[in-house]
Design a protein around this ligand. Structure first.
Ligand SMILES: *Cc1c(COP(=O)(O)O)cnc(C)c1O
Length: 372
C-alpha cells in the first residue's frame, strides 16, 4: 500500500546524517531538533503553537484532557474513522456520540449534529478522513452557537488546505480549538517510528497541552495536574524536519497518482472514485473507491494474486465495536457508514507510484470487472 523504502532512498544521505548527528550529540530527548521541528511545523501550518508528542492517539487524548472534558461529557464523532479517534474518549470516561458521514466526502455529516446535541455535549471531533477536510466552516459556526470545542483529527490530512466561504485558505488542523496529527510511518508526513503533534492558536491551552504531555509539570518536579509522558524523540524530529520540506511535493505526488486512477477508474461501471470537495484540497492519504455490484472480496483476491495490495478501511465502524458495548450503540443505524463499510476498497497510494504500476493496477481492475 505504501513504498517507504523508495522514498527513503531519495533522502538517505540527509536522513542518515541527521540521525548520526543526534546520536553523536546524545540529545535523544527534547533536543534542539524537537524545538526546531516544532517551529517549522508551526510555520508550515500557520498555527501559533505546535506541541510535539508520542503519537496521534496521545495527541487526541491530551487534547481532550487539556479541554477539561470530564467523565459523562458527550463528544460528537463520526463512527466511520480509525479506532483511535473514539477509543480515547472511552478511555477518559467520555461518551462518544456517533454520527453518520457524508456519502461523498466520508467526513462527518454536519446536518446530523443538531439532532444529537444534549446539555452534556462538550465537543465535536471532525476527522479529515483519507486526506480531505470536513466541512469546517459549518462545524465551527455550529460549535460557536452551542459553545462546543472542536478537536480536528488531522492524522490523515496533514498538508490539506481548507477553503473558507470567503475564499481564504487554512491548513486543516489549525482551524478548530485544537488539531491533532500523527507521524506514523505510513501517514502523509511519516517518521521512522511513532510520533504525533497537537496544534492550537490558544496561548493558555498551549500551556496546558504542554504540561499534560509532560507529567502535568511546567517547572520540573512541580506537578500541577495528572498528565502523561508523551514525547516526540529527537531522532524522529530530525527525520521529520527533512521530510517536512518535501511535504508539498509528497502531497502533489499522491494527487497525481489519484488523478491517474480517477481518469481510468471513473469510466468503469460499478466504481465510484473519490469525490473532491470544492472547499478542500484532497491530499489522498488513502485512495478509496466505492464498489456497487462488484464483489469486493473477489476483486481484492484477484488483485492480490497479481501482487497488488488493497485494503478495507474500515471493515467495522466504531459504533459496532465490542469495546463500546457499554454505550449500547451496536444497533444504532448509520446508513452511510454501514453502506461504506460494506463497499469501500482502498488501492495503493503513496509518493513513489510509477505510471507503469498505476497502469497495471487499473488494467487489472478493468480485467476483473469485464470478466465478472
Ligand atoms: C493514524 C490515525 C490516528 C492515530 O495515530 P497514531 O499515531 O497511530 O496513534 C488517529 N486518527 C486517525 C484518523 C488516524 O488515521
Amino acid at each position: 500500500m505504501v513504498d517507504l523504502k523508495s522514498q527513503y532512498a531519495k533522502i538517505k544521505t540527509e536522513v542518515d546524517a541527521a540521525i548520526m548527528d543526534v546520536i553523536e550529540k546524545a540529545q535523544f530527548i527534547n533536543g534542539p531538533e524537537v524545538s526546531a521541528f516544532q517551529s517549522e511545523l508551526e510555520t508550515y501550518l500557520g498555527v501559533k503553537h505546535v506541541i510535539p508528542c508520542a503519537n496521534g492517539t496521545d495527541a487526541l487524548q491530551i487534547a481532550m484532557m487539556a479541554l477539561g472534558l470530564k467523565p459523562g461529557d458527550e463528544v460528537i464523532t463520526p463512527s466511520y474513522t480509525y479506532i483511535a479517534t473514539t477509543e480515547v474518549m472511552a478511555l477518559l470516561g467520555l461518551t462518544p456520540i456517533f454520527v453518520d458521514v457524508d456519502p461523498k466526502t466520508f467526513c462527518i455529516d454536519v446536518n446530523l449534529i443538531e439532532a444529537v446535541i444534549t446539555p452534556n455535549t462538550k465537543a465535536i471531533v471532525p476527522v479529515h478522513l483519507y486526506g480531505q477536510a470536513a466541512d469546517m466552516d459549518a462545524i465551527m459556526d455550529f460549535a460557536k452557537k452551542h459553545n462546543l470545542f472542536v478537536i480536528e483529527d488531522n492524522a490523515q490530512a496533514i498538508g490539506c488546505d481548507y477553503t473558507h466561504r470567503d475564499g481564504s485558505k487554512t491548513k486543516t488542523g489549525s482551524i478548530g480549538t485544537i488539531g491533532c496529527t500523527s507521524f506514523f510511518p505510513s501517514k502523509n508526513l511519516g517518521c521512522y517510528g511513532d510520533g504525533g503533534a497537537i496544534c492550537t492558536n490558544d496561548d493558555s491551552l498551549a500551556v496546558s497541552l504542554r504540561q499534560i504531555a509532560n507529567h502535568g509539570q511546567t517547572i520540573r518536579y512541580h506537578h500541577e495536574m495528572v498528565g502523561c509522558n508523551s514525547r516526540l524523540d529527537s531522532i524522529q524530529a530530525a527525520i521529520l524536519r527533512i521530510k517536512l520540506r518535501s511535504l508539498d511535493d509528497y502531497c502533489a505526488a499522491r494527487i497525481k497518482a489519484a488523478d491517474y486512477y480517477g481518469e481510468v477508474l471513473s469510466k468503469i461501471e460499478g466504481i465510484t472514485v473519490p469525490f473532491r470537495s470544492e472547499n478542500s484540497r484532497h491530499v489522498f492519504h488513502q485512495y478509496t473507491m466505492q464498489l456497487d455490484g462488484i464483489d469486493r472480496d473477489k476483486l481484492s483476491d484477484f488483485l492480490a494474486k497479481k501482487g497488488i495490495p488493497s485494503m478495507i478501511y474500515y471493515p467495522i465502524p466504531a459504533h459496532k465495536q465490542k469495546m463500546f458495548a457499554a454505550f449500547n450503540c451496536q444497533n444504532q443505524v448509520l446508513p452511510v457508514t454501514d453502506w461504506l463499510t460494506q463497499r469501500v476498497l482502498s488501492l495503493p497510494i503513496h509518493t513513489e507510484l510509477e505510471e507503469e504500476q498505476l497502469q497495471f493496477i487499473c488494467s487489472s481492475i478493468q480485467e476483473f470487472v469485464s470478466e465478472n
